[in-house]
Design a protein around this ligand. Structure first.
Ligand code: NDP
Length: 451
């Protein structure tokens, strides 16, 4: 095929939209990557000829299934479960399970697509997948959650395995849910293997997994700032979310001398102008239970803080923004406000928290921007180390794991840098992450021929 016959970006996206109608989050995630990849492969015939990006943007398979369970009142409830296995060119599918009422095929396809690049960036042998259900564990009893998880795994077990596909937690799936699902897998298959990560320490889990995503986000921030001769210490930081990623990002930022002034949840955000001390962050960790919107209680405990119902924290002036709640929680208007208020760096803890036009605002304003697929990869990296520990049946010590996490984040930063330099000197980490993540997967796919 002559080079001039290749589809261009617009034609490529037309195809993605046509084949995946209504899947707006998936379109958004593919577009964000495709812009940079089309630029990178412009003069690389081999990737064009083998249609590599087209193939990565077509999941290997999407499994969807019915999940029935009985609530505490004896009502039969019907949910939908999914597993999207996006790409296993460089290792078994790997990626979390999300239980949230918003879950649908578009969201899971976007997450599995992103995960493919993220896992590649970690340097570990993991392909990309994602799954979950529109089941909402918040407000459910333990027994209801157990019945749902057992029913979910009764179907999922036939699609996963320690060398095939290794799910983990995500929004709404923590140690409790992983426990019920692991127990059911073990019971059905009569095999004790590392089929899930995020397990309890007594039954095959890894130290440092819980804090790895949030800590990794702040390590990435630290490396970005260091590269531009700056430090985390003294920075005013706005965090969104108050779940696993947000609280551990806040904890590490405080430990490194930053002043964290906001946290949020689905009910609104807390502004604490005195700053969240470690004690306050730990209070949030302890008080975020199994109900949504609990953060509002913070202001009664810590006078001086204010709660802003139904709002997001981006209007609070800060040096650093860490969106750590959910997708599309930072819009173009939010980005413009952050830039106007002098933000220096934005690092994504959540997956795709910034809309594409929001990212453009940051790139145009030369704000340091750490994209999720690089910045929040610490979690899946330690999940990869949990897989290794399960295979060898040896547990690594905490110091070793903390050191490995730090090294992996540093490596991800260097991998991004390789392709991130813009002619005007700006370091475009989003572009660097997209290209570095793509190249490894693409080269493996080339080695396998047409599949
Ligand atoms: P959690 O369930 O622990 O926390 C999610 C937080 O986000 C909660 O504070 C929740 O509020 C808030 N939230 C959820 N949905 C919305 C919404 N629509 N609007 C406003 N706030 C919302 O999840 P995690 O911390 O594990 O995950 C957060 C993000 O990080 C997700 O994008 C996830 O994919 C990503 N991520 C997580 C990793 C991990 O290791 N856990 C790894 C890599 C990425 P409330 O409590 O009120 O519902």
């Amino acid at each position: 095929m002559a080079v001039s016959d290749h589809v261009n970006l617009e034609q490529f996206m037309d195809g993605v939209l046509r084949r995946n109608p209504g899947e707006t989050e998936f379109h958004q995630a593919v577009y964000e990557v495709a812009v940079d990849i089309f630029d990178f492969i412009e003069d690389k015939e081999v990737y064009h000829a083998a249609q590599i990006l087209r193939r990565i943007a077509e999941p290997d398979r999407v499994v969807s299934f019915r999940v029935c369970w009985e609530d505490d009142c004896g009502n039969v409830r019907v949910q939908r479960g999914y597993r999207v296995q996006n790409n296993n060119a460089i290792g078994p599918y790997k990626g979390g399970l999300r239980f949230h009422r918003s879950v649908n095929q578009s969201i899971l396809k976007f997450l599995a697509f992103e995960q493919t690049f993220k896992n590649s960036l970690t340097g570990l042998a993991m392909g990309g997948g994602k799954g979950g259900s529109d089941f909402n564990p918040k407000g459910k009893s333990d027994n209801e959650v157990m019945r749902f998880c057992q029913s979910f795994m009764t179907e999922l077990y036939r699609h996963v395995g320690e060398h095939t596909d290794v799910p983990a937690g995500d929004i709404g799936v923590g140690a409790r849910e992983i426990g019920y699902m692991f127990g059911q897998y073990k019971r059905i298959t009569n095999r004790y293997v590392g089929v899930l990560t995020g397990k309890g320490l007594e039954w095959g889990g890894s130290l440092v997994r819980k804090e790895s995503t949030g800590y990794g986000v702040v390590y990435f921030l630290e490396d970005m700032l260091k590269h531009s001769n700056d430090v985390v210490e003294g920075k005013v930081v706005a965090v969104s979310g108050s779940g696993n990623v947000a609280t551990h990002a806040a904890e590490k930022a405080v430990q490194l001398g930053a002043k964290v002034v906001t946290m949020s949840d689905s009910g609104g955000f807390v502004h604490d102008p005195d700053g969240f001390t470690l004690e306050k962050v730990h209070w949030v960790m302890a008080h975020k239970g199994h109900r949504s919107g609990q953060l509002a209680d913070y202001v009664a405990e810590f006078p001086g803080a204010t709660f802003h119902e139904g709002e997001r924290p981006w209007k609070v002036p800060c040096d650093v923004a860490l969106p750590c709640a959910t997708q599309n929680e930072l819009s173009k208007a939010d980005a413009e406000l952050l830039v106007k208020n002098g933000v220096k760096a934005v690092v994504e803890g959540a997956n795709m928290p910034t809309t594409n036009d929001g990212v453009k605002v940051f790139r145009d304003a030369r704000v340091l921007f750490g994209p999720a697929k690089a910045a929040n990869a610490g979690g899946v990296a330690v999940s990869g180390l949990e897989m290794s520990q399960n295979s060898t049946r040896l547990m690594l010590r905490e110091e070793e794991l903390q050191g490995l996490l730090r090294d992996i984040m540093l490596n991800i930063h260097s991998n991004c840098l390789e392709y991130a330099k813009r002619p005007d000197g700006y370091v475009d980490y989003a572009k660097g992450a997209n290209i570095a993540g793509f190249k490894k997967v693409a080269d493996a796919m080339l080695a396998f021929g047409i599949q």
